[in-house]
Design a protein around this ligand. Structure first.
Ligand code: BTN
Length: 265
């Protein structure tokens, strides 16, 4: 537990405070409590520990740098100071809302980046955010009894990711060739997430799925490889179903992938 605590939260730096202040009316549940740390192990671990101790839904944990940032499927998420956005939010969704939460998060981060920068990011199932075929942002959803922590990592500068993934990754500043305000990007992502989360809560999950399909359009119809029961399979990614599972066509048959890794060929 000591490892999780890190330092005490400090005041939001100006870069974040002003972007979040301007967007405050649209932040919904994320306007209530935003904690900033100069360094933590993982914002997901810290937010999860706070959720276990009854943190309210909507808590946002931000860090300038993570020493043990984590990605999906046990991977490391490089998190150097100032180069990325490292954020985790605590949600307490119903079982129905939780089904589409990772899909909604991918859509919201793509929308937030689009609003803040003018880029047109795509989503790759389940919730990677790409520009020009390279990964710009990722989301790590971790559930426990009574809560889900959504961790959002966005590459703002190319220094955010290690050279060995440079061929597959990009950053907002590399795409725009100019500096961007991390506070504005984060604020737009949180505002979009608040809005998509409200849609799920009010039974409008169909709108989230439709938005995901639009953002995924360039990826659909492409060949994908995934592992199932110890063997690798290849098929065509067709769509997602109403619960967010990826529908793939293998030969003449349709299969659904609900979790795990899919490699886009
Ligand atoms: C992925 O593998 O694509 C998901 C990456 C998620 C990274 C974010 S950064 C903030 C939060 N804290 C973590 O340790 N991971 C997530």
């Amino acid at each position: 537990m000591e490892r999780l605590r890190g330092s005490d939260p400090i005041s939001l730096p100006e870069e974040f405070a002003s972007g979040l202040a301007v967007t405050r009316d649209r932040l919904g549940i994320f306007a209530q409590q935003i904690l900033w740390y100069s360094e933590v192990g993982s914002t997901n671990d810290l937010a999860g520990a706070m959720a276990d101790r009854n943190a309210a839904e909507g808590l946002v944990v931000l860090a300038d740098r993570q020493t043990a940032g984590r990605g999906r499927l046990g991977r490391t998420w490089a998190s150097p100071s100032g180069a990325g956005i490292y954020a985790s939010v605590v949600l307490r969704p119903s079982v129905t809302v939780a089904t589409l939460l990772t899909i909604a998060a991918g859509v919201a981060v793509a929308e937030g980046i689009a609003s803040a920068t003018g880029l047109s990011p795509h989503v790759k199932w389940p919730n990677d955010v790409h520009v020009g075929g390279r990964k710009l942002a990722g989301i790590l959803a971790e559930g426990a009894v009574g809560h889900v922590v959504l961790g959002i990592g966005i590459n703002v500068q190319s220094a955010a990711y290690p050279p060995d993934v440079a061929a597959r990754a990009t950053s907002i500043e590399a795409e725009l060739s100019c500096p961007v305000d991390r506070g504005v990007v984060l604020a737009e992502c949180l505002a979009a997430l608040a809005s998509r989360y409200r849609e799920l809560q009010s039974g409008r999950g169909g709108q989230v799925v439709d938005a995901w399909r639009r953002r995924a359009a360039p990826m659909l119809g492409r060949r994908v490889e995934w592992e199932s029961a110890g063997t690798y399979q290849v098929g065509l990614a067709e769509n997602i179903d109403d619960d967010g599972a990826l529908i793939v066509k293998v030969g003449g048959q349709t299969q659904k992938i609900r979790s795990g890794e899919v490699r886009w060929l």
